[in-house]
Design a protein around this ligand. Structure first.
Ligand SMILES: Nc1nc2c(ncn2[C@@H]2O[C@H](COP(=O)(O)OP(=O)(O)O)[C@@H](O)[C@H]2O)c(=O)[nH]1
Ligand SMILES: [Mg+2]
Length: 194
């Protein structure tokens, strides 16, 4: 699939605004600031298609990108400490609405920061995906920030952390040096056509 021809489609702040699903979708989930927008820009080979925000968690929206009969979905980030209770409720409403609207979700790409243990929210998200039966992979972001020994230790720690999910794909990724980009493109292609 040509991932160079995707375009921004729309953003929504409440689930009532979501359009019915008429195309397969691949969704991207993760905590605010994990590097989701950077990953989308890198994978889609665009400089600033998905805005790279310097104010994480500021607005809760779900963003759609469309191309080649496929939608890529930038799910709202979670876990940002300074958001209000109202924003947290908006987040939950939007996520629940998204996952309950009968969509053709081919794959969820779950991002975790490679430097740290997955957060409680990360694990809640992964358990939800697993229990609900969505195919998912884990992308470990910001791999460029680790030295060689930290890198090796974190691959091992993450492998143990997610062991119970069977042969789950764990992909180190860096939007800075491009590590993992081709692997993610290949997986998107495989699942989109599946
Ligand atoms: N070193 C490094 N920084 C990154 C990487 N990905 C994102 N960042 C930085 O992390 C911050 C959050 O990135 P962003 O893509 O907006 O995260 P989002 O909130 O998940 O969409 C920004 O300052 C990015 O420049 C990466 O792979 N390596
Ligand atoms: Mg973002």
């Amino acid at each position: 699939m040509n991932l160079n021809s995707f375009d921004y489609e729309a953003s929504y702040g409440t689930s009532a605004q979501l359009k019915p699903s008429d195309m397969p979708e691949i969704a991207f989930a993760g905590r605010s600031n994990v590097g989701k927008s950077s990953l989308l820009n890198k994978v889609l080979n665009r400089k600033s298609l998905a805005r790279v925000s310097s104010m994480p968690g500021k607005t809760v929206t779900i963003n759609f990108f469309k191309g080649n009969g496929l939608r890529l979905v930038d799910l709202p980030g979670y876990g940002y400490a300074k958001v209000s209770r109202a924003e947290k409720e908006r987040w939950a409403e939007l996520m629940e609405g998204y996952f309950k609207s009968g969509r053709n979700i081919k794959l969820v790409v779950q991002l975790v920061d490679m430097r740290h243990k997955p957060t409680a929210d990360d694990l809640t998200m992964v358990n939800f995906l697993n229990d609900a039966g969505y195919p998912f992979i884990i992308v470990m972001t910001k791999s460029d920030k680790l030295n060689k020994s930290e890198y090796k230790a974190q691959v091992e720690a993450m492998t143990r952390e997610f062991e119970k999910f069977g042969d789950l794909r764990l992909i180190p990724f860096s939007s800075l040096n491009g590590e993992g980009t081709e692997e993610i493109r290949t997986i998107i292609d495989q699942y989109a056509n599946n």
